[in-house]
Design a protein around this ligand. Structure first.
Ligand SMILES: NC(=O)CC[C@H](N)C(=O)O
Length: 224
């Protein structure tokens, strides 16, 4: 049995995720007990074969519109709401998964899954994009120097259900209400979201490897 990780390929930075997962499969296969593969996903037949789905960065407005116009939205909706499936949204993917948006909300019909309120473009325009090294060792063992790239990134402004959603990373920068900016979180044990782009850390596959071990493989074995 092969566990299939799909990367939603309607729009955006999907190929970088595919390459990172491919590298994990080649370089770390001895550490995974199950066989893994990765595919791009554009329609419901491809989605039906997946155990996990990565929703990449890009433009959440376009992603949502394409999903609706192609009739794929309801298949995506059902997939992400199935607790047997593992989900990871990066940047636009985080926006597309969220229940509430505090700005430009009318432009995106979200998948209404993640129990948070999100602010789009929270760091400003494209020109304010940046890469910075962060210490993620509180949730990824020994990962204290990960290069995280933020491109017109959203932040989580509010956790709507603290029983289900756990903050993984809060920046020191504060928002208007004096709270640290939340840029990574998980909901239950099968949904991960990040404001930033671990797939753009060129040769660094630690984040993807952790996603596979902590989320994809554990969730698969939970329902086996
Ligand atoms: N890099 C990204 O995914 C940017 C997200 C984009 N600002 C949006 O609102 O969808």
């Amino acid at each position: 049995m092969t566990i299939v990780i799909g990367v939603l390929a309607l729009q955006g930075a999907f190929i970088e995720h595919v390459r990172h997962v491919e590298r994990c499969i080649v370089e770390n296969k001895d550490q995974y007990n199950e066989k893994l593969s990765v595919i791009t996903v554009r329609d419901k037949d491809q989605l039906a074969g997946c155990n996990a789905l990565v929703i990449p960065g890009g433009e959440s407005t376009s992603m949502s519109l394409i999903a609706q116009r192609t009739g794929f939205y309801s298949d995506l909706y059902n997939f992400v709401h199935d607790p047997k499936k593992t989900i990871w949204g990066t940047c636009a993917g985080l926006i597309f998964l969220s229940q509430q948006l505090s700005n430009e909300a009318k432009l995106v019909k979200t998948l209404d899954l993640l129990k948070v309120k999100v602010k789009r473009n929270a760091f400003g325009r494209q020109a304010q994009s940046f890469t910075q090294t962060y210490d993620f060792s509180s949730f990824i063992p020994n990962c204290n120097d990960f290069p995280a790239t933020f491109i017109r990134a959203p932040v989580i402004e509010k956790i709507l259900d603290p029983k289900e959603v756990q903050v993984l990373c809060k920046l020191e920068e504060k928002d208007n209400s004096g709270q640290g900016l939340i840029v990574a979180a998980k909901q239950n044990d099968n949904i991960l979201v990040t404001s930033f782009h671990p797939e753009l850390a060129e040769t660094d596959i630690r984040f993807h490897d952790w996603f596979i071990k902590e989320f994809v493989l554990k969730n698969f074995n939970r329902y086996k």
